[in-house]
Design a protein around this ligand. Sequence first.
Ligand code: SF4
Length: 338
Amino acid sequence: MVEGNPIDVKERANRNAPFFRPAFFADRSCGSMVNVKFVAAYRSAFERGVLRERVEAIEAMLASCELCPRACRADRARGETGFCEADGGLSVSSTFAHFGEEAPLVGRNGSGTIFFSRCNLCCVFCQNHDISDLGEGTHVAPEDLAVMMLALERRGCHNINLVTPTHQVPGIARALLFAAAEGLSVPLVFNCGGYESLSVLRLLDGLVDIYMPDVKFMDPEPARLYLDAPDYPGVVREVVKEMHRQVGDLAIGPEGVARRGMLVRHLVMPGLEEDTRRILDFVKDGVSADTFVNIMSQYRPCHRAFEHPAIARRPTREEHLSALAYASVIGLRRAGPH
Ligand code: SF4
């Protein structure tokens, strides 16, 4: 599924249709499902003239990084690094049309996925630790990232799906400014771990169309053991409420494609049935009974999970079914294995 490194994408975009030429953007025949009634949030911000000032406010945060709750205060603008080990630049691991995401993101033509290197959580069980922990990827300029976004839209992807964007928000925001100026118009998906800074989220208010946070744990102990973030439960509760305040429940347009709203993911972990129930209770009572929740079963021990015997196995089928049944019993109307 991976289509090559980011430079390949840029070269292909240039070869197939010269960048920054009107003809590039006039061609909507390759499958974009956005119709005239939909206007992406960032497009509206661009047209109202507020996108640039948001970008500048976000970029200013790099000099003393508090882009996530770890608040390392590293001067990333000068190359210092903090917990996530990301420098001040953008690093992209891969871009491709993803057909394995939730159906409302995939549609007919796939979700335009961009994987960023490094991560502010670094879960011990990460399935992508070569990207998140080892930093596999290529440094790119914001202009390059804009080209990638435009190339994904041009091939018909229904959205731009930013995977693990939290620590790279300044470069992403600058790229969005370039891409919006050149006509990008599909929904922007912020696909993250749920460990975000509220001040950053407020700067993203009106720029993001679809938030897709994980909700991993409600119990501080597994959050400490497996994420090195004992404050994760308190953070993720506030983050999910703020995201929902901004975009609401997931709204799906014609042809079953998501346009705006929040989609929550929860990965069922072995032996943490009670914690899963606390998460589902929180989503139902603290957010909305109409929250679109993907209760996922694909956990498998990876990376350093084998150092923790409690999570060194897959969840059983019964554990996954129990989570689905509980969601149904408490009235989470849009929860399921999506
Ligand atoms: S984004 Fe990285 S450097 Fe910045 S506060 Fe979070 S972990 Fe620290």
